[in-house]
Design a protein around this ligand. Structure first.
Ligand code: SF4
Length: 510
């Protein structure tokens, strides 16, 4: 019998967990549970399943090495859900209390509470110290504000944690260097991009990969390219590799896309951070040091800090402020089911084919591919937000619900009506042409908005604006787009909308 049970969830793989600190090592059992239900709750990419399992199994080894007694319930234990696994462990260990760090996901928190309540055992939920901002602190910040504007939150965080501040002012006298961070590659392309650091699977990871291939063979995606960091040491090495090799150009090219270049100058550390193999403070400190030492320019470092200290913390705050109702928002009443090509990349729209292809190959696509190609298409085509969110949650290795849901439902789909973003992020083919070379390899013409070979993004963009004209006209940030819509003659607009209707009808048939 253990006096205390410490539940470590699959995305809580930090070294200094408050739940571990609170328990007596000699008198406690650490419980970790693998559950097939978690891989199927969102129909997950094989690499996403493998990453969770490999990182969890390495973490269990590290805990044992540190002297903890670990009850590791593998898939073979057959627990359909975390709740069932926890209830079973409580029955076996009969602890006086269960320690857990606040779950990242609302649904998981509810399962943990239900299992403890059902067994009549005390549950001690510890603050999640991985994040800079506690949930209650975000709620305090949000209270009384008409609109939650990330920029204001971000500035407060910079001041509060003294990041990129000099004499009380933002470094470089500006809070935001976004203008310098929208470069494209031009005709010649990106040239030689430093390859990201790969982590060859060790024996534990190889066993996981074999198990995933056998058990989850019908899940989407390829396993062959799996090289994600699965330990804290590897996560630290991935951060160092990013800072040394790619951070200096991260800012300039963070919105750029290029066919056959899935990794570019991005960090690829979100998965490690979201599993808590990497502390966001270490990521921010390393980037700031790169600026101070002259290795990386301020605009690149500020862009990175904005993502980690600003956006990531803001999104998590919104998630916990708004859940559980947040997941149900559907501002535009969109209901169209996902086309089959979300699962197999079989589409003749080259930008989508490339972005889905990268995603299925690696369980990864960078944020502009996600936001401005796949998300943009999903919004313009009126896809069901719930289905789109489930797809994003399952398909990307770094996706956990607190970060995925507000980013997809709010930022990409504007289905929350503006809680996260102040306007819908919609764009026509012109944006994709400007920021990538996808259009050069496409059968459609990005400059054509109707007629034979017109880019479907153009058809859908104008159709979307026309469909929601009244709603959008009320948003000051959409004023220019609505004005441009009004410049299109009635006959041409009717033609565009008729062609969009044909495209959408064919979409449902695919
Ligand atoms: Fe995508 Fe349109 Fe460009 Fe084709 S032409 S790649 S569909 S934006």
């Amino acid at each position: 019998m253990a006096r205390e049970l410490v539940l470590v969830l699959g995305d809580q793989l930090e070294r200094h967990s408050p739940a571990l600190t609170a328990a007596a090592r000699d008198d406690a059992v650490v419980l970790m549970i693998e559950s097939a239900g978690e891989a199927e709750h969102a129909w997950s990419h094989k690499q996403r399943i493998a990453l969770f399992l490999a990182a969890m199994r390495h973490h269990a080894e590290a805990l044992r090495d540190a002297g903890w007694s670990v009850d590791y319930q593998s898939l073979d234990a057959g627990h359909d859900s975390l709740q069932a696994g926890l209830a079973d462990a409580i029955a076996r260990h009969r602890p006086t209390r269960v320690h857990v760090v606040e779950a990242g996901e609302w649904r998981v928190q509810a399962m943990v509470e239900a299992a403890c309540r059902g067994a009549g055992v005390a549950l001690e939920v510890h603050d999640d110290t991985h994040f800079y901002c506690r949930r209650e602190e975000f709620a305090d910040w949000a209270r009384g504000r008409k609109q939650l504007v990330m920029e204001f939150f971000y500035r407060d965080m910079r001041k509060r944690f003294d990041v990129l501040m000099e004499d009380g002012k933002p470094a470089g006298d500006e809070w935001n260097f976004d203008r310098a961070n929208r470069g494209s590659f031009g005709r010649k392309g990106p040239g030689a991009v430093p390859a990201p650091r790969r982590f060859e699977p060790d024996a534990i990871t190889r066993a996981v990969l074999e198990e995933v291939a056998a058990r989850f063979g019908d899940h989407p995606g390829a396993l062959e390219s799996f090289a994600w960091p699965v330990t804290r040491e590897q996560a630290a090495a991935a951060l160092e590799d990013f800072v040394v090799q790619r951070l200096p150009l991260f800012g300039r090219y963070q919105d750029a896309m290029w066919q056959g270049e899935p990794w570019l100058y991005h960090a690829h550390i979100a998965a490690a951070m979201n599993l808590k193999l990497l502390d966001p403070r270490d990521a921010v400190a390393a980037a700031v040091e790169a600026w101070r030492s002259g290795h990386a320019p301020l605009e690149a470092v500020e862009g990175f800090v904005r993502q980690v200290l600003g956006w990531r913390e803001f999104i998590r705050g919104v998630y916990w402020l708004e859940m559980p109702d947040y997941a149900e928002h559907n501002h535009f009443d969109h209901e169209r089911p996902l086309p089959e090509f979300f699962w197999n990349a079989a589409t003749d729209l080259n930008c989508l084919r490339q972005c889905f292809g990268d995603t299925l190959e690696n369980g990864y696509a960078h944020h502009i591919q996600r936001l401005m190609v796949i998300g943009n298409f999903s919004l313009l085509a009126g896809l069901d937000p719930r289905a789109v969110c489930d797809w994003f949650l399952g398909i990307y290795v770094d996706a956990v619900e607190w970060v995925e849901l507000p980013n997809t439902l709010g930022m990409a789909l504007h289905a929350d009506g503006g809680i996260v973003g102040t306007k819908p992020y919609v764009a026509s083919g012109a944006y994709i042409k400007r920021m990538s070379n996808y259009c050069a390899g496409c059968r459609y013409a990005p400059n054509k908005r109707s007629g034979e070979g017109a880019c479907p993004f153009n058809l859908l963009y104008w159709d979307f604006l026309a469909r929601h004209r009244e709603q959008l006209a009320a948003n000051p940030r959409m004023g220019l787009a609505v004005k441009n819509l009004e410049r299109i003659g009635q006959d041409e607009l009717a033609r565009i909308r008729a062609e969009a209707a044909v495209f959408l009808a064919q979409l449902e048939a695919r």
